[in-house]
Structures are given as structure tokens and as C-alpha cells.
Design a protein around this ligand. Sequence first.
Ligand code: ZN
Length: 156
Amino acid sequence: MKPRKQTSSTPHIRVAPSGVHGLGAFATCDLPAEAFLGLYEGRRYTQQEIAARTWNDQLTYLFTLSNQETIDGAKGGNGTRHLNHACDPNCEAVEEYDDAGELLLKFQTLVAVDAGDELFIDYSLTADDGSTAEKYPCHCGSPNCRGTMLAPVDAD
Ligand SMILES: [Zn+2]
């Protein structure tokens, strides 16, 4: 297998076959907690543009921000799009505004990780189309696995 071309924006991530699902993102070196991993990059869509499209939902790399903009990591994205879900993650996604007022999504470690560790975030997906939890099964294997990548349902 040929080594993937690295983007300079994610120097601490290497993309390789995951132990859980498809490709995954792995730490290239030992990292402390709260180490910056990279920005979620890709084509941006407004909420209206997203609603007007039909998506192949199993194979897209869509990440919707709190301002309802969506980033499609499949178009111009970097290695961060291969971060897999785990219910007990070692990384997290954090939103941050840049100087130009654009909302960015950055990934950072939650805890210290070792070189070669697979990196995970908790997707906490929300299924706008009313999909059931079974449609997004989780196989992360952690003791507190919810069994789904959907966000925990709030009791109301
Ligand atoms: Zn899980």
C-alpha cells in the first residue's frame, strides 16, 4: 500500500486501516491532552444548500456546526475526516471563531495518547430524518458503548 500524501495541516495524524471501521486516524507521535490535531476542512454548505441535496448518508463526511453550516470533508478535507466514533473517545471536536468571524471546527486530544493510538471522537449524531439508532450502530467496544453513534437521547 502506498503511503498517503500528508497535508501539512494535520502533522500529528496518519490515516490507516482502522481497528473499528474503514480507515481511521492514528497519532504519529506521543501527544499530551488538549493537543491540536487539525481543522475539519472541506466544502461548506448552508442549511438551505444541504436541504436541497440528496446525500448518500453512509458514505459522506458531513459535519454540521452549531451555526447550521455543514462542512463536507469529502471535498478538500484532510485526515481529520477519518476520525472514527467511539463512545469513550480520546479526542474531541471544538468550535472556534477565527479572526474573520468564520466558525471553525478543530480537533484536539482529550487525554494524552501514545504514538500509534487510534484517535476517536464521540460523533453524537443527530438524525434529522428520524433514523433509528440501529441505522448508525457503534462497534467501538468500550465498556460504556451506547450501541449507536447517535447522541444520547435527553429525557424530556
Ligand atoms: Zn460505542
